[in-house]
Design a protein around this ligand. Structure first.
Ligand code: SAM
Length: 270
Protein backbone atom coordinates (compact mmCIF):
# COMPACT_ATOMS: atom_id res chain seq x y z
CA UNK A 1 0.00 0.00 0.00
CA UNK A 2 1.53 3.35 -0.92
CA UNK A 3 2.16 6.19 1.53
CA UNK A 4 -0.73 8.42 0.40
CA UNK A 5 -3.31 5.63 0.64
CA UNK A 6 -2.03 4.71 4.12
CA UNK A 7 -2.33 8.36 5.23
CA UNK A 8 -5.90 8.55 3.90
CA UNK A 9 -6.96 5.30 5.60
CA UNK A 10 -5.31 6.03 8.95
CA UNK A 11 -8.19 7.99 10.59
CA UNK A 12 -10.62 5.17 9.75
CA UNK A 13 -8.34 2.46 11.11
CA UNK A 14 -7.06 4.17 14.25
CA UNK A 15 -9.47 7.10 14.73
CA UNK A 16 -7.99 9.59 17.15
CA UNK A 17 -6.06 7.07 19.26
CA UNK A 18 -2.69 8.11 20.71
CA UNK A 19 0.52 6.31 19.59
CA UNK A 20 0.76 4.69 23.06
CA UNK A 21 -2.78 3.28 22.79
CA UNK A 22 -2.10 2.00 19.28
CA UNK A 23 1.10 0.26 20.50
CA UNK A 24 -0.77 -1.30 23.40
CA UNK A 25 -3.54 -2.54 21.06
CA UNK A 26 -0.93 -3.94 18.67
CA UNK A 27 0.77 -5.75 21.55
CA UNK A 28 -2.53 -7.29 22.73
CA UNK A 29 -3.42 -8.34 19.19
CA UNK A 30 0.02 -9.92 18.68
CA UNK A 31 -0.15 -11.62 22.11
CA UNK A 32 -3.54 -13.21 21.43
CA UNK A 33 -3.06 -14.13 17.78
CA UNK A 34 0.63 -15.11 17.75
CA UNK A 35 2.18 -15.58 21.20
CA UNK A 36 -0.60 -17.53 22.97
CA UNK A 37 -1.14 -19.97 20.05
CA UNK A 38 2.61 -20.63 19.99
CA UNK A 39 2.59 -21.26 23.74
CA UNK A 40 -0.24 -23.76 23.38
CA UNK A 41 1.03 -25.59 20.33
CA UNK A 42 4.08 -27.80 20.05
CA UNK A 43 4.91 -26.59 16.53
CA UNK A 44 8.51 -26.60 15.40
CA UNK A 45 10.06 -24.61 12.57
CA UNK A 46 13.80 -24.34 12.05
CA UNK A 47 15.67 -21.80 9.90
CA UNK A 48 17.93 -22.60 6.97
CA UNK A 49 21.45 -21.61 7.98
CA UNK A 50 24.50 -21.39 5.73
CA UNK A 51 27.91 -21.09 7.38
CA UNK A 52 31.03 -19.32 6.15
CA UNK A 53 34.49 -18.95 7.66
CA UNK A 54 36.02 -21.18 10.26
CA UNK A 55 36.95 -20.72 13.86
CA UNK A 56 38.58 -23.41 15.98
CA UNK A 57 35.36 -24.00 17.89
CA UNK A 58 32.27 -23.21 15.77
CA UNK A 59 29.82 -21.50 18.09
CA UNK A 60 26.85 -20.69 15.85
CA UNK A 61 25.97 -24.32 15.03
CA UNK A 62 23.01 -24.28 17.39
CA UNK A 63 21.17 -21.78 15.18
CA UNK A 64 20.19 -24.46 12.65
CA UNK A 65 18.22 -26.38 15.27
CA UNK A 66 16.52 -23.48 17.06
CA UNK A 67 12.72 -23.40 17.03
CA UNK A 68 11.47 -20.22 15.38
CA UNK A 69 7.99 -20.81 16.83
CA UNK A 70 9.21 -20.85 20.43
CA UNK A 71 7.59 -18.03 22.45
CA UNK A 72 10.43 -16.23 24.28
CA UNK A 73 10.86 -13.43 26.78
CA UNK A 74 12.69 -11.47 24.05
CA UNK A 75 9.54 -11.71 21.85
CA UNK A 76 7.37 -10.32 24.65
CA UNK A 77 9.69 -7.53 25.77
CA UNK A 78 10.44 -6.26 22.26
CA UNK A 79 6.79 -6.24 21.20
CA UNK A 80 5.66 -4.57 24.42
CA UNK A 81 8.05 -1.64 23.77
CA UNK A 82 6.82 -1.33 20.15
CA UNK A 83 9.68 -2.94 18.21
CA UNK A 84 8.84 -5.10 15.19
CA UNK A 85 11.54 -7.70 15.93
CA UNK A 86 9.04 -10.37 17.05
CA UNK A 87 6.65 -9.68 14.16
CA UNK A 88 9.60 -10.26 11.82
CA UNK A 89 10.56 -13.54 13.51
CA UNK A 90 13.99 -12.44 14.82
CA UNK A 91 13.40 -12.69 18.57
CA UNK A 92 13.81 -16.51 18.91
CA UNK A 93 17.16 -16.10 17.11
CA UNK A 94 18.21 -13.34 19.52
CA UNK A 95 17.10 -15.44 22.43
CA UNK A 96 19.31 -18.32 21.24
CA UNK A 97 22.24 -15.97 20.61
CA UNK A 98 22.18 -13.87 23.78
CA UNK A 99 20.24 -15.91 26.35
CA UNK A 100 23.27 -16.92 28.38
CA UNK A 101 24.88 -13.45 28.36
CA UNK A 102 21.96 -11.39 29.71
CA UNK A 103 23.54 -10.81 33.11
CA UNK A 104 26.87 -9.58 31.77
CA UNK A 105 27.89 -5.89 31.72
CA UNK A 106 27.94 -5.71 27.92
CA UNK A 107 28.12 -2.78 25.55
CA UNK A 108 25.31 -3.04 22.98
CA UNK A 109 24.94 -0.85 19.89
CA UNK A 110 21.93 -0.86 17.59
CA UNK A 111 21.86 1.17 14.40
CA UNK A 112 18.26 2.21 13.62
CA UNK A 113 16.12 3.65 16.41
CA UNK A 114 12.80 3.34 14.56
CA UNK A 115 11.82 6.85 13.51
CA UNK A 116 8.13 7.76 13.20
CA UNK A 117 8.93 10.48 10.68
CA UNK A 118 7.38 9.21 7.46
CA UNK A 119 9.70 11.35 5.36
CA UNK A 120 12.73 9.30 6.48
CA UNK A 121 13.45 6.07 4.60
CA UNK A 122 12.86 2.81 6.51
CA UNK A 123 10.60 4.53 9.08
CA UNK A 124 8.24 2.68 11.43
CA UNK A 125 5.14 4.70 10.51
CA UNK A 126 3.53 7.52 12.44
CA UNK A 127 2.65 5.20 15.36
CA UNK A 128 6.22 3.90 15.64
CA UNK A 129 8.02 4.20 18.97
CA UNK A 130 11.56 5.54 18.40
CA UNK A 131 13.99 3.79 20.76
CA UNK A 132 11.66 0.79 21.29
CA UNK A 133 14.31 -1.87 20.72
CA UNK A 134 16.94 0.04 22.76
CA UNK A 135 14.54 0.02 25.73
CA UNK A 136 13.91 -3.65 25.08
CA UNK A 137 17.66 -4.43 25.19
CA UNK A 138 18.00 -2.40 28.40
CA UNK A 139 15.33 -4.51 30.07
CA UNK A 140 16.71 -7.81 28.76
CA UNK A 141 20.31 -6.93 29.76
CA UNK A 142 20.03 -5.30 33.21
CA UNK A 143 23.83 -4.75 33.52
CA UNK A 144 24.44 -3.48 29.99
CA UNK A 145 24.97 -0.06 28.48
CA UNK A 146 22.87 0.35 25.36
CA UNK A 147 23.83 2.71 22.55
CA UNK A 148 21.81 3.64 19.50
CA UNK A 149 22.48 5.51 16.26
CA UNK A 150 20.24 6.87 13.53
CA UNK A 151 20.26 9.25 10.58
CA UNK A 152 17.22 11.10 12.01
CA UNK A 153 18.59 13.65 14.51
CA UNK A 154 15.03 14.45 15.63
CA UNK A 155 14.63 11.16 17.55
CA UNK A 156 17.99 10.99 19.35
CA UNK A 157 17.63 10.75 23.15
CA UNK A 158 19.41 9.84 26.37
CA UNK A 159 17.99 7.87 29.31
CA UNK A 160 19.31 5.71 32.13
CA UNK A 161 21.84 3.28 30.51
CA UNK A 162 20.85 4.42 27.00
CA UNK A 163 22.66 6.97 24.83
CA UNK A 164 22.13 7.67 21.13
CA UNK A 165 24.19 9.33 18.42
CA UNK A 166 23.78 10.55 14.86
CA UNK A 167 25.11 8.28 12.12
CA UNK A 168 24.49 7.95 8.40
CA UNK A 169 25.40 4.38 7.55
CA UNK A 170 25.99 5.26 3.90
CA UNK A 171 28.81 7.59 4.91
CA UNK A 172 32.09 5.94 5.96
CA UNK A 173 33.26 9.10 7.76
CA UNK A 174 30.04 9.20 9.81
CA UNK A 175 30.53 5.55 10.83
CA UNK A 176 34.15 6.30 11.85
CA UNK A 177 32.91 9.26 13.89
CA UNK A 178 30.39 7.01 15.66
CA UNK A 179 33.10 4.53 16.67
CA UNK A 180 35.36 7.36 17.86
CA UNK A 181 32.87 8.42 20.57
CA UNK A 182 34.40 7.87 24.05
CA UNK A 183 31.59 5.41 24.93
CA UNK A 184 32.28 3.28 21.85
CA UNK A 185 36.02 3.71 21.41
CA UNK A 186 36.69 0.25 22.90
CA UNK A 187 34.12 -1.41 20.63
CA UNK A 188 30.86 -3.22 21.39
CA UNK A 189 29.96 -6.78 22.44
CA UNK A 190 26.73 -6.80 20.45
CA UNK A 191 26.13 -4.78 17.27
CA UNK A 192 22.75 -4.87 15.56
CA UNK A 193 22.16 -3.22 12.22
CA UNK A 194 18.48 -2.41 11.72
CA UNK A 195 18.83 0.71 9.58
CA UNK A 196 18.23 1.43 5.90
CA UNK A 197 18.11 -2.22 4.73
CA UNK A 198 19.69 -1.79 1.30
CA UNK A 199 22.66 -3.93 0.25
CA UNK A 200 24.86 -0.85 -0.06
CA UNK A 201 23.89 0.34 3.43
CA UNK A 202 24.34 -3.14 4.98
CA UNK A 203 27.81 -3.52 3.45
CA UNK A 204 28.87 0.00 4.37
CA UNK A 205 28.00 -0.44 8.06
CA UNK A 206 29.35 -3.98 8.24
CA UNK A 207 32.72 -3.01 6.77
CA UNK A 208 32.95 0.07 8.97
CA UNK A 209 32.00 -1.80 12.15
CA UNK A 210 33.26 -5.41 12.14
CA UNK A 211 36.68 -4.28 13.36
CA UNK A 212 34.96 -2.74 16.42
CA UNK A 213 33.32 -5.99 17.51
CA UNK A 214 34.90 -7.12 20.77
CA UNK A 215 36.28 -10.68 21.14
CA UNK A 216 33.41 -13.12 21.67
CA UNK A 217 31.00 -10.50 20.33
CA UNK A 218 28.06 -10.88 17.95
CA UNK A 219 27.15 -8.67 14.96
CA UNK A 220 23.74 -8.98 13.27
CA UNK A 221 22.39 -7.48 10.04
CA UNK A 222 18.58 -7.63 9.93
CA UNK A 223 16.13 -7.58 7.03
CA UNK A 224 18.20 -8.96 4.15
CA UNK A 225 16.05 -9.47 1.06
CA UNK A 226 16.03 -12.70 -0.93
CA UNK A 227 17.08 -10.67 -3.98
CA UNK A 228 20.46 -10.08 -2.28
CA UNK A 229 21.26 -13.69 -1.27
CA UNK A 230 23.64 -14.39 -4.17
CA UNK A 231 25.60 -11.20 -3.62
CA UNK A 232 25.89 -11.91 0.12
CA UNK A 233 26.93 -15.55 -0.34
CA UNK A 234 29.57 -14.47 -2.84
CA UNK A 235 30.99 -11.80 -0.53
CA UNK A 236 30.93 -14.08 2.51
CA UNK A 237 32.69 -16.91 0.70
CA UNK A 238 35.23 -14.98 -1.33
CA UNK A 239 35.91 -11.87 0.72
CA UNK A 240 34.79 -11.67 4.36
CA UNK A 241 35.67 -15.21 5.46
CA UNK A 242 39.22 -14.60 4.19
CA UNK A 243 39.50 -10.99 5.34
CA UNK A 244 38.30 -11.88 8.86
CA UNK A 245 39.79 -15.30 9.76
CA UNK A 246 38.77 -14.92 13.42
CA UNK A 247 35.11 -14.42 12.55
CA UNK A 248 32.40 -17.00 11.98
CA UNK A 249 29.49 -16.11 9.65
CA UNK A 250 26.00 -17.65 9.68
CA UNK A 251 23.43 -16.58 7.11
CA UNK A 252 20.01 -17.27 8.65
CA UNK A 253 17.12 -17.56 6.18
CA UNK A 254 13.68 -17.12 7.73
CA UNK A 255 11.79 -16.25 4.54
CA UNK A 256 13.07 -17.78 1.31
CA UNK A 257 11.38 -15.15 -0.86
CA UNK A 258 10.96 -12.24 1.52
CA UNK A 259 13.01 -9.77 3.56
CA UNK A 260 13.13 -11.34 7.01
CA UNK A 261 16.61 -12.81 6.83
CA UNK A 262 19.67 -12.07 8.88
CA UNK A 263 23.43 -12.33 8.85
CA UNK A 264 24.98 -13.32 12.19
CA UNK A 265 28.71 -12.83 12.72
CA UNK A 266 30.65 -13.97 15.77
CA UNK A 267 34.19 -12.93 16.59
CA UNK A 268 36.16 -15.68 18.32
CA UNK A 269 37.05 -15.02 21.95
CA UNK A 270 40.76 -14.18 22.38
C1 SAM B 1 13.15 -0.24 10.93
S1 SAM B 1 13.69 1.20 11.74
C2 SAM B 1 14.50 0.55 13.19
C3 SAM B 1 13.56 -0.13 14.16
C4 SAM B 1 14.09 -0.36 15.55
N1 SAM B 1 15.41 -0.92 15.55
C5 SAM B 1 13.15 -1.28 16.30
O1 SAM B 1 13.39 -2.51 16.36
O2 SAM B 1 12.18 -0.78 16.86
C6 SAM B 1 14.99 1.74 10.72
C7 SAM B 1 15.72 3.01 11.13
O3 SAM B 1 16.82 3.22 10.25
C8 SAM B 1 17.02 4.61 10.14
N2 SAM B 1 17.80 4.92 8.91
C9 SAM B 1 17.36 5.07 7.65
N3 SAM B 1 18.38 5.40 6.83
C10 SAM B 1 19.51 5.43 7.60
C11 SAM B 1 20.89 5.72 7.33
N4 SAM B 1 21.31 6.03 6.10
N5 SAM B 1 21.76 5.69 8.36
C12 SAM B 1 21.34 5.39 9.62
N6 SAM B 1 20.06 5.10 9.94
C13 SAM B 1 19.15 5.13 8.94
C14 SAM B 1 15.63 5.21 10.12
O4 SAM B 1 15.65 6.55 10.53
C15 SAM B 1 14.90 4.28 11.10
O5 SAM B 1 14.85 4.87 12.37
Amino acid sequence: MNKRVKRLLRPFVYGTLSPKTVQSLRFQWWYLTSYVPRMLSSGVRTPRVRYFGTTVVPSLNHLQSLNLLAPTKTCRVMTRFGSDKAWNGYTPVYSALFGDRCDQPLRILELGLGTNNEDVLSNMGVFGAPGASLRGWRQLFPQAHVYGADIDRGILFEEDRIKTFHCDQLDAASIRELWSRPELRDGADIIIEDGLHTLEANISFLEGSLGHLRPGGIYVTEDIGADCFDEWFDRLEKTYSKQYPKYEFAFVTLSERGYNNMLVVRRAAD
